[in-house]
Design a protein around this ligand. Structure first.
Ligand SMILES: NC(=O)c1ccc[n+]([C@@H]2O[C@H](COP(=O)([O-])OP(=O)(O)OC[C@H]3O[C@@H](n4cnc5c(N)ncnc54)[C@H](O)[C@@H]3O)[C@@H](O)[C@H]2O)c1
Length: 353
């Protein structure tokens, strides 16, 4: 099969990771090759020359010019969430599928508009929920879903960091509203969905920014969720703590199953069992094996989908549930009330139709 062609929009920041670690592999395995790259920043574009082997006439500072000048099969969107919708619009107008960074967009209204536009265009879109597809999270999910430890009762998650100084978590995150939820917790919401095997029923979020956090929006939160299958979840997220206990890729999740406590802490998965007063006996569980994880794996699944393979777990149809949980949590944080996630999504989809 001939490699697919793509235009990537956003090659600085996280887009730099795409260009160094995700896209060269897609070309190596013959799945997809670049046709053009776009970034507002000159310096970001100059790095891409060596990483993607694109000549100057394939590098653009404006997305519309790149899309008008080159026909590709799909667009890769790695710009901040507030710009996702305009790039998706351009891709659809040029008859292209879309692989976008998370979240779908920066508001539930924009997410729902994108959802309707993609559906009515007949094109395909998926969202890169990188951390759910990391090796340690997939191992925990596999152990829970194996059924070997009985039914799942509840899950605890923790993501705590010392990124309190301005720009220590990328400049734009220190300026936007609700940075913890929009830019961090969205991944953990998706992990809770995959570990429980369910969408969310209700969410209650309390978020704030401590005086020492150099953020315009809320950097800290405590969140409870009830999933549609009855499993309860509790989450602690913080970007302005005095230490990084469980940062990116090192998050903590503990799944309490009837016949075993499955704990993931800083990439080590342990099974714990014990009696009423003895210390639990711990057994380290081996991590799953596969060639690649996170974005390289997600990008490969996306190309296979475009070539007639099965839809990936992060297709828009499913990922809208992750967006619903994210923005329902933000609504809860702003109103102080628990939010019915499914009713919230139904209403938003109806209003944006
Ligand atoms: N999956 C993950 O683990 C992960 C990690 C980091 C970031 N992200 C996501 O990646 C996206 C980008 O985040 P980032 O950290 O790279 O942001 P960033 O601000 O560090 O970089 C964004 C890049 O896009 C360029 N850009 C911005 N708007 C543009 C536009 N309209 N046209 C062309 N270029 C434009 C900027 O010049 C910059 O080079 C966000 O959606 C973010 O949530 C995902």
């Amino acid at each position: 099969m001939k490699p697919l062609k793509y235009i990537i929009v956003g090659v600085g920041g996280w887009g730099g990771y795409w260009c160094r670690q995700v896209l060269p592999r897609l070309a190596e395995i013959g799945k997809a090759v670049p046709i053009a790259a776009v970034d507002k920043s000159e310096s970001a574009l100059s790095d891409v020359r060596s990483n993607l082997g694109l000549q100057s006439d394939r590098l653009y500072s404006r997305a519309d010019e790149a899309f008008d000048n080159h026909q590709a099969d799909f667009a890769i969107v790695v710009v901040p969430p507030a710009s996702h919708e305009s790039i998706v619009d351009l891709a659809l107008a040029h008859d292209m599928d879309v692989l976008s960074e998370k979240p779908i967009a920066d508001s539930i209204e924009a997410c729902c508009r994108i959802y309707h536009k993609v559906r009515s265009s007949g094109k395909k879109m998926a969202v890169t929920m990188s951390h759910r597809f990391d090796r340690d999270k997939q191992t925990l999910e596999h152990l829970i879903q194996s059924g070997e430890y009985g039914p799942l009762n509840y899950i605890i998650g923790r993501f705590t960091n010392n990124c309190r100084a301005f720009a220590s978590w990328g400049e734009f995150r220190h300026r936007i509203p609700d940075p913890l939820l929009i830019e961090g917790t969205v991944h953990h919401f998706d992990i809770f969905r995959s570990l429980t095997g369910s969408n969310a029923k209700t969410v209650y979020a309390k978020t704030w920014n401590p005086p020492w956090g150099e953020y315009a929006g809320d950097s800290t939160g405590l969140i409870t969720m009830e999933m549609m299958n009855g499993v309860s979840c509790f989450y602690e997220g913080a970007k302005a703590n005095a230490s990084t206990m469980n940062g990116w890729t090192d998050e903590y999740f503990r799944a309490e199953c009837r016949d075993g406590t499955l704990e993931l802490d800083r990439r080590i998965v342990r099974l714990l069992r014990g009696g009423p007063s003895s210390a639990p006996v711990a057994e380290i569980k081996p991590l799953l094996e596969r060639p690649v994880w996170m974005n390289p794996w997600i990008a490969e699944q996306f190309c296979d989908w475009l070539n007639g393979g099965p839809p990936p777990a992060t297709q828009l149809e499913d990922n809208i549930q992750c967006a619903a949980l994210l923005f329902a949590a933000i609504e809860s944080a702003h109103t102080g009330q628990a939010v019915d996630v499914q009713r919230y999504l139904d209403r938003a989809l109806l209003h944006s139709a």
